[in-house]
Design a protein around this ligand. Structure first.
Ligand code: ZN
Length: 136
């Protein structure tokens, strides 16, 4: 596979209103976007940290995967997103290496990115998101 950098860290939070002040007031970062991704039943808030972003994820429904994650593991780092080009090719490559794909084909994520998740059982315990920015 070929990945270039950590595009963002996805962090599960119970409430954006509770979490954002930590990132803004303690770490001195600025929330530059809040977006609801209905398909994933989450509301997201974004911060920039160098070329990496921080994506806070608040569940908008009890059956959201983020709600389930918080229930079993608590709040905290949920996934690592790696930037790549030719997402379809990277998925095929991952599969060829025996990696279990959560998304066999790319779908739409926040910020207009094309995304796909790899299963943590085959990525050393790290829920991994691959992202391609088709707008650039
Ligand atoms: Zn993400």
């Amino acid at each position: 596979m070929k990945v270039s950098h950590i595009e963002h860290l996805g962090i599960a939070v119970k409430s954006l209103d509770e979490a954002i002040p930590y990132w803004e007031n303690v770490l001195g970062l600025k929330c530059y976007a809040i977006e609801e991704v209905a398909e994933q039943k989450v509301k997201t808030a974004f911060f920039k940290l160098g070329q990496t972003k921080i994506e806070l994820l608040e569940p908008t429904s009890e059956d959201s995967t983020i709600a389930k994650f918080i229930e079993t593991r608590g709040i905290g780092v949920h996934h690592v997103a790696l930037a790549c080009e030719n997402l379809e090719e990277q998925l095929a490559d991952a599969e060829a290496h025996g990696v279990r794909l959560i998304d066999k084909t790319p779908r739409n994520g926040a910020e207009g990115l094309s995304i796909a998740f790899l299963h943590p059982k085959s990525t050393q315990g790290i829920l991994t998101e691959l992202c391609e920015d088709k707008n650039k």
